[in-house]
Design a protein around this ligand. Structure first.
Ligand SMILES: Nc1ncnc2c1ncn2[C@@H]1O[C@H](COP(=O)(O)OP(=O)(O)O)[C@@H](O)[C@H]1O
Ligand SMILES: CC(=O)N[C@@H](CCC(=O)OP(=O)(O)O)C(=O)O
Length: 274
């Protein structure tokens, strides 16, 4: 298949060092040279962990979502924008791209709403968890991103957004990326993390599931799909259900996987199929 427009979600766990981030930036430039428009959405979990620790703020995860107090949110926003986003924009610009750093707030490209998280215990009982200032994406306004892409700019977007009243929210990077991928009607949604894909028996890499069908996903929750994999898979499902043709989880610590998948069309990673 021909890829004209793709969204890459770059997870913080795959931003291991500067060389690796540079290699990812080079791959994005290669894709652009091949006529592929790229939207880059990023998180930065390990960088946030460090900033919160330095500030003496503790945080806890529920099914891959970080409970976020107002005090933590301020620290998270500074880290994602001032540290992670700014560094990625810089690396892409150095490769010769024209990168534009954004969050959901810019041009109101994503409007958030508070997330009421539904947690399930081992007995299968559901309860609502208040995650504080954690949001979901309510609406995406694609115009700004279209204008940027059509004029040769590379949007680099981090997962902070406000609701209509201007309240700020921390949104899981995968959840945020899946919604943008859907609204931008990309040809492929690529999730870069620090493992080769979804493993049936984590952490055994030999147990990688090469293909998982939307219909069979529910049987993996609580088994293969745990922790950080929950929002990743959920975001792939959301993107596919909204019409995105391909969703795949690749290993961002092996940057060649990006060109292998998009340019050489090799079957790698875990593909979530319709
Ligand atoms: N079945 C599984 N297969 C692969 N990874 C898994 C699985 N279950 C949980 N994980 C964890 O999910 C992590 C990736 O999610 P996350 O930590 O949120 O990364 P990122 O920063 O890329 O978003 C992996 O590093 C791994 O520890
Ligand atoms: C609500 C929530 O969990 N927000 C995430 C945002 C960053 C993120 O998702 O980073 P990765 O893509 O590296 O995992 C957090 O605070 O860690």
């Amino acid at each position: 298949m021909e890829y004209r427009k793709i969204l890459i979600k770059y997870g913080g766990n795959a931003m291991v060092n500067q060389e690796l981030k540079e290699a990812i930036a080079q791959k994005i430039k290669t894709l652009q040279n091949h006529g592929v428009q790229v939207i880059l959405v990023h998180g930065g979990g390990p960088f946030i962990n460090k900033s919160l620790e330095d500030a003496g703020i503790t945080s806890q995860f529920f099914d891959g979502h970080r409970h976020t107090s107002p005090e933590a949110l301020s620290c998270i926003e500074k880290t994602l924008k001032g540290e992670v986003n700014s560094s990625l924009v810089n690396l892409l610009n150095r490769e010769g791209l024209q990168a534009v750093g954004l969050s959901g707030k810019d041009g109101k490209l994503a409007i958030a709403q508070k997330r009421w998280h539904l947690a399930r215990n081992e007995a299968g009982e559901e309860s609502q968890v208040d995650l504080g200032q954690v949001g979901d994406v309510k609406v995406v306004n694609p115009l700004l991103l279209k204008i940027l892409l059509d004029n040769g700019f590379t949007p680099v977007i981090t997962c902070i957004a406000s609701d209509e009243k201007g309240n700020d929210f921390n949104i899981n990077g995968d959840v945020f990326a899946g919604k943008i991928a859907a609204a931008m009607e990309v040809d492929a949604y690529i999730v870069l993390t620090d493992v080769d894909g979804l493993y049936q028996d984590y952490p055994d890499p030999a147990s990688i599931l090469k293909e998982v069908n939307l219909k069979t996903i529910p049987q993996y929750y609580g088994k293969a799909i745990k922790g950080g994999m929950i929002p990743k898979i959920e975001s792939c499902v959301a993107a596919l259900e909204a019409g995105v043709k391909k969703a795949v989880i690749l290993n961002g610590t092996q940057p060649d996987q990006i060109s292998d998948y998009i340019i050489n069309q090799r079957t790698i990673g875990t593909t979530i199929t319709q």
